[in-house]
Design a protein around this ligand. Structure first.
Ligand SMILES: NC(=O)c1ccc[n+]([C@@H]2O[C@H](COP(=O)([O-])OP(=O)(O)OC[C@H]3O[C@@H](n4cnc5c(N)ncnc54)[C@H](OP(=O)(O)O)[C@@H]3O)[C@@H](O)[C@H]2O)c1
Length: 214
């Protein structure tokens, strides 16, 4: 598949590299056409990795991952372009965290709304699927970093879009994928971040994950 990545941070790099490894062609996008991190990433990942602007990555991908800072995601998806994303799956991995007042960060949106819903409302012709935001990016692409069974949550309004994302996360090695329903479930997925951050402080490591026991 052709996949676009919006974002040049550690999440974009981790997902982009894994997607190339499992056989996809990946273009990483940024605000600028020659972002240094994107150039380095493409160099390290061979012929199936390329880079460009957010719009270039969105136009390239059949599926596009939003791996931008949550406070900037609406701007980044706007720059990616509604026309370039029309009818496509946008996997929203971002968390709406505001670090401007120091640690711990606060959520810029919660309870009655979520970043994923804001994106879905702003881009109604895009099939937004929230997924993979509740774990560190190293765990995202390598679930065996955490022993035993543990879970990845996803949600979205379009069943086929969720099936496509399920296939992709299965190719990363995920076995327990919990579909939480429509895009409003992103509220709960994003509101897991305050407890995730506390747990990271407690364990002094990001290599843990949530597991639902029933
Ligand atoms: N770190 C993790 O393990 C982890 C796990 C789960 C979810 N997340 C979420 O994943 C997302 C990415 O995290 P990250 O640490 O890889 O990267 P990040 O530093 O949060 O974001 C980097 C990306 O945001 C873009 N960006 C920043 N300000 C912008 C603006 N004003 N307008 C448009 N774009 C802007 C940057 O564009 P340029 O490329 O142009 O610089 C860059 O591509 C975040 O939402 C984070 O909360 C992170």
């Amino acid at each position: 598949m052709k996949i676009g990545i919006l974002g040049t941070g550690m999440v974009g790099v981790a997902l982009g590299s894994k997607l190339v490894q499992v056989g996809h062609d990946v273009k990483m996008g940024s605000r600028t056409p020659n972002n240094e991190k994107a150039v380095t990433w493409a160099k390290e990942n061979g012929a199936h990795a390329s880079y460009g602007t957010f719009a270039d990555a969105a136009a390239f991908g059949e599926v596009v991952f939003n791996c931008t800072a949550g406070t900037a995601s609406l701007a980044a998806v706007t720059a990616a372009g509604a026309a370039n994303l029309k009818g496509k799956v946008l996997v929203d991995v971002a968390n709406p965290l505001d670090f401007s007042k120091g640690m711990p960060p606060t959520l810029t949106v919660c309870n009655t709304d979520s970043l994923a819903e804001q994106i879905q409302r702003a881009f109604p012709s895009v099939n937004v699927v929230k997924a993979l935001n509740t774990m560190n990016c190293a765990v995202m692409v390598n679930p065996t970093l955490v022993p035993g069974d543990h879970d990845v949550f996803l949600c979205g309004n379009d069943r086929q879009a969720k099936e496509k994302v399920t296939e992709i996360v299965k190719s990363f090695g995920w076995r327990s994928i919990i579909d939480l329903g429509d895009i409003t479930a992103a509220r709960g997925m994003e509101m897991l971040l305050p407890i995730w951050l506390r747990l990271m402080g407690h364990y002094q490591s990001p290599n843990f994950n949530f597991k639902i026991v029933r």
